[in-house]
Design a protein around this ligand. Structure first.
Ligand code: NAD
Length: 448
């Protein structure tokens, strides 16, 4: 029987969706789900919610909860990592410091973003230590990287541990369904290709009922977009910034590509308040809402978990989340072949122009035999150039610093940020961030 270990099981973003999707996947009946987290309250809430959900949904699962990671990984077939070291507070503590040093949201991948260098250090260390446990205890298990940084994590770990069974997951490509909804297209009749790098994926093939759907998009832009911009609240899928990128590059940005979730690339739309307003993209407000929603989800899970008199199915109606993780597990464990968008190394030149040893987000054929990447038609050349400058170069610099532990290499990373003007600004930022509580290991890693 299949065993799934979920590390960081109390995750605000994933806990509920994973529980729902597992309980709605009848072919996983009889599986063991091991919940693991270092926060005992969140762990227990996720576990007890799942126990009640499974009972109400009439699916038999063997559920376990533990704070012992190695125990959770033992005998696992799938180890899913959704953990966030330091939690959301670590984002905001670093951002507050960075703002004092004149950094702002917009095109900033490793400072004003949830993949800041001080966050990624803890994440990469945890990702690697979990993988070492897997290779020692359950070497045949699939390692499913859900926590960020997916781009840096897949690149780093797949290069260093080429025999590990590893894939990265991101729900960003579901952004295509937002586009379809605004255009009034029935989701079951769209087909598409959205190749790229994590948080930098672009719609290059788009069909509706078998016919090219770009003319539908173009007509909507021509005739309806201005009206839409006046009323859209969260415009990011179809807002003026996305349309501007589409017109400039000839492919449509999907998911977190241009929005704050991917770092609000590129910086020029965020040059100042007036420019940001013109493009209706406000990363400060976006992240404030993201953090509020996360806290609210954790609170709701706790509330329902603590109230045994409530029907969990009523509080959280049974609806598949469209997250790719459980379909991936089902495809492999039950040999149900399907195509899933995954993050893997570009070894098969799946996205021409991206280095072969760098992560790409592409469709993969998944079944009991494993994962086979599918070569895409690729991206327009200017998009590749920006991908190399704004994603590949900074992640390579980050990984070089991470591996050497050199403070000067870390400075080189921060010098790449679009809001860095002087070297002393970069150094002051790093020095102040390294004094944050919980970053002692990082401080000594960089030989302060
Ligand atoms: P969160 O802080 O709400 O949850 C993370 C959980 O990890 C917490 O329950 C925490 O106790 C636990 N944890 C922390 N350190 C741990 C450790 N050493 N071992 C085990 N558990 C540990 O965070 P979140 O908002 O749910 O985000 C989780 C991760 O998912 C982040 O990295 C986030 O950027 C990422 N994310 C990924 C996607 C995607 O599609 N791949 C989308 C959104 C967010």
């Amino acid at each position: 029987m299949t065993k799934i270990s979920i590390i960081g099981a109390g995750s605000a973003v994933f806990s509920l969706n994973l529980i729902r999707d597992i309980c709605l996947t009848s072919s996983l009946e009889g599986s063991t789900i091991s919940f693991m987290d270092i926060d005992e309250d969140r762990l227990h809430n996720a576990y007890s919610l799942c126990r009640r959900y499974a009972k109400e949904a009439g699916i038999h699962l063997n559920l376990e909860q533990t704070v012992d990671r190695r125990e959770s990984i033992r005998d696992a077939d799938f180890v899913l990592n959704a953990a966030l070291v330091g939690g959301h507070d670590r984002f905001t503590q670093g951002w507050e410091i960075a703002k004092k040093h004149n950094y702002r949201f917009g095109g900033s991948l490793h400072v004003m973003h949830d993949e800041g260098f001080w966050i990624n250090y803890g994440q990469l260390s945890l990702m690697e230590s979990i993988l070492k446990d897997i290779l020692e205890i359950s070497p045949n298990a699939w390692y499913m990287l859900v926590a960020n940084p997916v781009m840096a994590g897949v690149t780093y770990l797949s290069r260093k541990y080429p025999h590990a069974k590893l894939a990265g997951f991101c729900h960003g490509s579901n952004g295509i369904y937002n586009v379809a909804a605004v255009l009034g297209l029935e989701p079951e009749h769209i087909t598409y290709e959205v190749p790229g790098i994590n948080h930098f994926i672009w719609l290059t093939e788009f069909r509706y009922k078998g016919k090219d759907a770009f003319p539908i998009l173009d007509k909507w832009i021509e005739e309806q977009s201005e009206e839409y911009f006046k009323t859209c609240k969260n415009c990011d899928s179809m807002g003026p910034k996305a349309i501007d990128l589409y017109k400039k590059f000839g492919a449509y940005p999907i998911g977190d590509t241009g929005n704050p979730g991917g770092g609000a690339w590129p910086f020029w739309h965020h040059a100042d308040g007036a420019t940001q307003e013109k493009y209706k993209d406000d990363p400060d407000a976006w992240f404030a809402a993201y953090l509020r929603n996360g806290a609210e989800k954790v609170r709701r899970i706790q509330e329902v978990a603590e109230d045994e008199s409530r029907l969990v199915l009523e509080s959280f109606p049974p609806k598949h989340s469209r997250e790719p993780m459980i379909p991936f597990i089902e495809a492999i464990a039950c040999d149900i072949p399907r195509v899933i968008i995954l993050n893997v190394l570009n070894e098969g030149n799946f996205v021409p122009g991206i280095p072969l040893d760098f992560q790409v987000e592409i469709p993969c054929y998944v079944n009991a035999a494993g994962v086979a990447g599918i070569r895409t038609k690729g991206l327009p050349k200017p998009i590749i150039e920006y991908a190399l400058r704004d994603r590949v170069a900074s992640v390579e610099t980050e990984l070089a610093a991470y591996e050497t532990g050199s403070y000067d290499d870390l400075v080189k990373l921060v010098l790449m940020d679009p809001w860095t003007r002087t070297e002393s600004q970069a150094r002051s930022l790093i020095d102040e961030i390294l004094l944050l509580p919980g970053l002692e290991a990082m401080k000594s890693h960089y030989q302060q």
